[in-house]
Design a binder for this molecule. Structure first.
Ligand code: DX5
Ligand code: ZN
Length: 219
């Protein structure tokens, strides 16, 4: 299977959002990662539905929506209407994770679960079969441009073993601090999708940076 780069729009220039989304549209990125933050689950507020609607109008890429919000069940139907294809909720934000996963799928989306750096992957053991993707946070969620947490490799290896052991088809996504320095090692540990925000958008040539990352993770 081809490994995927999902540039995070959080690092885009919001004053030139259409330009940046059009850049992604023409790039080799297969997914676009959208970070929704509520200022409660994480200490930052990013953007919400109207911005996602605008993004959707300028791209045909797979929309990977990462909800960093409390009680995400309230908005599952809204995000389905807005064109989300993967909807990821946080393990730490769901009282009834299995029910949330079922609701996401009932709305025609793939269901993702994100885990914070302190959350043990073994906590997902009993619902792994129901999870289309686990997003392993490699920084504390809330901000772009943070340093990658090295313990992530260990978590990915452990999670990959669990997935193989259960014969599940769950993908592993890594979110936070991804660069050309750690991309290959993450794929080797078992990751399938790498989110990259500041590394892409702060580059002199974001399109080229995306191609380079795609090349690194698929060679
Ligand atoms: C952090 C977000 C990430 C963020 C990644 O809470 O979930 O998706 O945009 O940004 P970088 O790649 O700059 O760490
Ligand atoms: Zn994210």
């Amino acid at each position: 299977m081809k490994n995927i780069i999902a540039p995070s729009v959080l690092a885009a220039d919001f004053g030139n959002l259409q330009r940046d989304i059009e850049m992604l549209e023409k790039s080799q990125a297969e997914w676009v990662h959208i970070d929704v933050m509520d200022g409660v689950f994480v200490p930052n507020i990013s953007f919400g539905m109207p911005v996602l609607k605008a993004i959707h109008q300028h791209t045909t890429k797979f929309l990977d929506v990462h909800l960093m919000i409390v009680d995400p069940d309230r908005y599952i139907a809204d995000f389905a209407k807005l064109g989300a294809q993967m909807l990821t909720v946080h393990y730490e934000a769901c009282n009834h994770l299995h029910r949330s996963l079922q609701a996401i799928k009932a709305h025609g989306m793939q269901a993702g679960v994100a885990i914070n750096p302190h959350t043990n992957v073994s906590l997902l053991e009993d619902c792994l079969q129901d999870i289309d993707m686990v997003c392993v946070m490699s920084v504390n969620p809330g901000f772009g441009g943070q340093h990658f947490i090295e313990n992530t490799y260990r978590k990915v290896t452990k999670l990959k073993d669990m997935i193989i052991q259960q014969g599940a088809s769950t993908k592993i996504e890594i979110d936070g601090g991804v660069t050309n320095k750690n991309a290959k090692k993450l794929i080797e540990a078992g990751a399938d999708v790498l989110v990259a925000g500041s590394f892409v958008f702060n580059a002199e040539n974001p399109t080229q940076t995306i191609s380079d990352l795609v090349q690194i993770i698929n060679s």
